[in-house]
Design a protein around this ligand. Structure first.
Ligand SMILES: [Zn+2]
Ligand SMILES: [Zn+2]
Length: 172
């Protein structure tokens, strides 16, 4: 299920319709890496409430995005919860405020709505663990497995200052 047929509901003002859907969602891409909702068909609760002025839609779901750790590329995941609301006026005219971008041709594009909401809930970093040490910027080895430092990697500004005091060119 990706699009929900609203027109087929035939609700009267004051009535509501609740349905549990299973949404087939494409992976989301961050920094060139794909993060797939797991399991692949996400259970979601959709509520459609009809008022005389229009329809109110509520979408609730919980899922997990899985993909590579943004620091070390090991498997990582993050739990995501969505609880969102949209409104579509019975006659929105040209007013953007009264029109939901996910409603068209008597259908609600639930999958597009769910993906956008999931993307909003994603933290800045998806990590294998909060204190992941990442990959060594010099040799590319996993610093979680093999913690190490390189003697030449003294990009520390204090060393540059000392070198300046000694009157030597920094790269000499
Ligand atoms: Zn990691
Ligand atoms: Zn290294």
């Amino acid at each position: 299920m990706s699009r929900f047929p609203i027109r087929a509901l035939r609700l009267r003002p004051g009535e509501e319709h609740r349905e549990t859907l299973r949404l087939e969602l494409e992976p989301l891409v961050f920094g060139g890496e794909a993060y797939a909702p797991t399991p692949g068909d996400v259970p979601a609760e959709l509520v459609v409430q009809r008022a005389s002025s229009g329809d109110v839609f509520r979408l609730a779901l919980a899922t997990r995005l899985e993909g590579p750790c943004m620091r070390c590329l090991s498997p990582a995941g993050v739990a995501i919860r969505v609880d969102a609301q949209e409104y579509e006026a019975a006659s929105p005219g040209g007013d953007e405020e009264l029109h939901s971008e996910y409603v068209g041709d008597g259908e609600l594009d639930v999958a597009a709505w769910a993906r956008d909401q999931i993307a909003l809930e994603v933290p800045n970093q998806i990590l294998c663990r909060p204190d992941c040490a990442g990959l060594c910027p010099v040799c590319g080895k996993d610093l979680n497995v093999e913690p190490h430092a390189h003697a030449e990697a003294s990009a520390d500004p204090r060393w540059a200052a000392l070198e300046a005091l000694r009157g030597e060119p920094a790269d000499g």
